[in-house]
Design a protein around this ligand. Structure first.
Ligand SMILES: CC(C)(COP(=O)(O)OP(=O)(O)OC[C@H]1O[C@@H](n2cnc3c(N)ncnc32)[C@H](O)[C@@H]1OP(=O)(O)O)[C@@H](O)C(=O)NCCC(=O)NCCS
Length: 352
């Protein structure tokens, strides 16, 4: 069978030459959906009162500026691997999928403190996902939504039949507990979903991007090279320009969310849930207003009890909404993640 002519390169207008042999496509390539969901919440609750023994702040200030009343910080045995394995095992059980049937494990995290190898390889091993490829991605608080997009495309493209997507952070390892500009915001946790074949599409096209001109807006106090060259100073911690992040997220993420709805052919009043990254309650409120979300659509607000758990926040919020009955299994939800990079990703999904 002759190979189909590929489209011209939109930038150059040139047609790529087809000189090689035809490469077989993976068949069948079914639509994808989220089949199962699992989470892990660390045991230790850190209240605003406790936090204010480390920083000069008050419970009232933290509640008013962020909506956060408490967060959870992992204890020594609740390693990033251990939390991820627990969340992933719960997601596999929820989906009714054996670990050996997973074709790929993708972990979104910024708090795996080893440069190499990937934490995904260790998690896959501990789960018994012996047939899985495994790798990590770094897209800050938008990491989970990036990984869901990859998982969808892997299933639809035939690279893997089942993809285990994990968003996990031990961000308490990465904050300076005396820094009053960051210490109160972040929390630890892990969430996982299994993406697999479905009768009809259950994950819409992703709308994503990154604005590297704002690279320094969320980052580290110093890079590891600087620390290695001068190890006497403080080690690197997370830092951010809070107001810049606030403005960017509140205003620039709404068009992204609208484009994700449009790409999925869904209107805002057809949603059964809105599950944005849990960065700040006031950012969530601003987005709800600008999206003109009908009052009856439930909105994830787990930031109040969990703080900002970065790449884990969307699956943790999704699980809370399902457990409390706020959002129905099988309902349609808009997800959006945004954070360091500054990077973002949004898509519409059918809830597991
Ligand atoms: C961090 C954040 C809560 C700070 O709120 P803010 O309203 O921007 O606060 P500002 O930095 O402008 O500071 C306002 C005042 O509060 C004070 N302040 C700052 N941190 C404080 C704290 N922890 N406790 C009490 N007061 C504090 C400042 O000193 C300042 O005082 P001044 O007016 O006397 O100078 C807010 O910017 C935010 O949530 N940004 C987004 C962060 C985020 O989502 N990051 C993750 C993205 S994925």
């Amino acid at each position: 069978m002759p190979a189909q002519t590929p489209p011209a390169n939109p930038d150059t207008g040139r047609m790529p030459a087809l000189t090689g042999r035809e490469i077989a496509a993976a068949h069948p390539t079914p639509p994808a959906r989220i089949l199962g969901l699992g989470v892990y919440r660390p045991r230790r609750v850190v209240t605003n009162e406790e936090l204010c023994t480390f920083i000069d702040s008050t419970d009232e200030w933290i509640r008013a500026r962020t909506g956060i009343t408490q967060r959870r910080w992992a204890e020594p045995d609740e390693t990033l691997t251990a939390m991820s394995v627990q969340a992933a095992a719960a997601a596999l059980a929820d989906a009714g999928i054996a670990a050996s049937d997973v074709g790929c494990v993708v972990v979104a995290t910024v708090t795996h403190l080893e440069q190499t190898p990937s934490i995904a390889a260790l998690i896959a091993h501990q789960l018994g996902a012996v047939n899985a490829a495994a790798f990590d991605i770094s897209a800050g608080c938008a990491g989970f939504c990036h990984a869901v997009a990859l998982g969808r495309d892997m299933v639809q493209g035939g690279s893997a039949r089942h993809v285990l997507v994990i968003g996990a952070e031990r961000i308490s390892d990465f904050i300076d507990r005396q820094d009053r500009t960051t210490a109160f915001i972040f929390g630890d946790g892990a969430g996982a979903v299994v993406i697999g074949p479905a009768d009809r599409p259950g994950i819409g096209p992703v709308v994503w991007g990154a604005d590297g001109s704002q690279y320094g807006v969320i980052g580290q106090t110093r890079d590891w090279k600087a620390f290695m060259d001068e190890p006497t100073g403080p080690r690197p911690f997370i830092q951010m320009s809070g107001q810049q992040v606030f403005r960017w997220a509140s205003y620039e993420m709404v068009p992204v969310a609208n484009r994700a709805l449009q790409a999925a052919g869904i209107t805002v009043d057809e949603l059964d849930a809105f599950i944005p990254h849990q960065a700040n309650m006031r950012i969530i409120d601003a987005m709800v207003k600008a999206l003109k979300l009908p009052a009856g659509v439930p909105v994830a607000r787990s930031i109040a009890e969990l703080g900002n758990t970065s790449a884990a926040s969307v699956p943790l919020a999704m699980e809370q909404m399902r457990r409390t009955g706020e959002a129905p299994s099988g309902g349609t939800a808009l997800l959006i993640g945004f954070g360091a990079g500054l990077s973002y990703a949004a898509q519409v999904v059918t809830l597991p």
